[in-house]
Ligand binder design. Structure first.
Ligand code: HGY
Ligand code: MN
Ligand code: MN
Length: 414
């Protein structure tokens, strides 16, 4: 069955218009999950979908469905990613996969397929404002940890309110859980966010494995004091201790504990030029494709942090705030992607993802795979994140072709 062409102009127009929503002065995009800008992007996608006659819905976890939700009596092919971003992000991370997924749903809708094809924008994948990353895909895959008593964002916003504004319901989040028997597979198209495809001059990546990740929330509690009158001996300077902690975390990969380690968020208080810092709140992000290694490094990070705290007579609390397992994608789906690429003579490369994705959560409940397109300069999570428009269209076409091939055959992938 010939697959209709992706509408290049529509795809690029939507990406360009979405990049204006949450635009920051630096030219980046700031649309943290459940923020007003995130809600504006959702409303934009709802208008675009409904103008094409595609039904939309928001589930209790705030996931935005663009097309028929999985339902009894069918096994649905789900295409998706996320609309939310980190702070000062680029214009493509996540949103590219959602826009391409809607494009495929629109183009395949007129065809009589054995399996329905739908699109989803999973809520709060990044966890940039409300701390639980992969919130929506964890809820959809039945893996959401019990939320804190009063889940609160880094800025003090209550998740209950933010989720309600997004169309969800904190008390009914369990209803967002998908029934694996109603799922055929999950496919996610995403920018690579790394340098490999560009270095190899190959336009399509077929993801074999996705890195696992552990995030620790660390509080360093010292003693605030007057910067001028407090003698140096005996200070419990939380920021000086945190500085050692940042470097100790940075040293974990070089010591063979994991592939990458980062302190990405740090808040010092009272954050005044002439006061010794009393409290530092920071996050530790460690990643590896080996699950045992990942849990070992989290324990080692805590050991290093506690040793520094003891020597500096500050107190620390380390909490495992989020964790995602490393996953392998589905072999059959990878073959379907490769076959679809071959039909269009698209060169492909099989690679590992150093970024985490909603696909990791969906892999727990249904056959899952990812397609990458190159990132210019290999950069992401920055305003100058970019991909050649031709590659964006190629990736979207391959997603659609693969979806058509998989959804055309009754019982495929079973
Ligand atoms: O952090 C990540 O790997 C992804 O951007 N959520
Ligand atoms: Mn991201
Ligand atoms: Mn992403």
């Amino acid at each position: 069955m010939p697959t209709p062409p992706v509408d290049r102009a529509r795809l690029l127009r939507r990406l360009s218009e979405l990049a204006q929503i949450g635009r920051s002065d630096s030219g980046g995009v700031t649309r943290p999950g459940f923020s007003p800008a995130d809600r504006e992007a959702r409303h934009y996608m709802i208008r675009e979908a409904e103008n094409s006659g595609v039904p939309t819905a928001v589930d209790a976890a705030g996931n935005l469905w663009l097309g028929p939700r999985p339902h009894p009596g069918t096994t649905t092919l789900v295409l998706g990613s996320h609309l939310d971003t980190v702070i000062d992000a680029g214009p493509l991370d996540g949103v590219y996969g959602v826009v391409a997924a809607l494009e495929a749903v629109e183009n395949l809708a007129p065809l009589d397929l054995a399996h329905p094809v739908t699109a989803v924008a999973f809520a709060n994948e990044e966890g940039a404002l409300h701390p639980q990353p992969f919130w929506g895909s964890l809820a959809a895959s039945g893996q959401l940890p019990a939320p804190a008593a009063v889940p609160t964002a880094y800025d003090g916003t209550l998740l209950r309110d933010a989720l309600t504004w997004a169309g969800g319901d904190l008390d009914a989040v369990q209803q967002a859980r998908l029934d694996p028997d109603q799922l055929l597979a999950y496919l996610e198209l995403h920018i690579e966010q790394g340098p490999v495809l560009e270095q190899e001059s190959i336009p399509i990546g077929i993801v074999e494995a996705i890195v696992g990740r552990v995030q620790l929330d660390v509080d360093v509690m010292g003693a605030a004091g007057h910067a001028g009158t407090t003698p140096m001996p005996g200070r419990a300077d939380a920021l000086a201790a945190a500085a050692e902690i940042v470097l100790a975390v940075e040293g974990l990969p070089a010591d063979g504990w994991c592939q990458v380690a980062t302190v990405g968020r740090l808040e010092a208080s009272p954050n005044s030029p002439n006061t010794i810092v009393g409290l530092v709140r920071l996050t530790v992000d460690v990643r590896d494709t080996d699950e045992a290694q990942l849990h070992g490094v989290a324990d080692e990070a805590v050991r290093r942090i506690e040793t520094i705290a003891q020597r500096r007579t500050v107190k620390v609390s380390c909490t495992r705030a989020a964790a995602s397992r490393p996953v392998l994608t589905n072999t059959g789906l990878r073959r379907s992607i490769a076959a679809a690429a071959d039909r269009r003579a698209m060169p492909t490369l099989t690679l590992t993802s150093g970024a985490g994705h909603d696909a990791q959560m969906m892999a727990a409940v249904t056959p899952t795979a990812m397609i990458f397109v190159p990132s210019i300069g290999g950069v992401s999570h920055v305003p100058h994140e970019d991909t050649d428009p031709g590659d964006l269209v190629l990736g979207a076409q391959l997603l659609q072709d693969t979806a058509l091939a998989i959804a055309s055959h009754p019982g495929s992938l079973r």
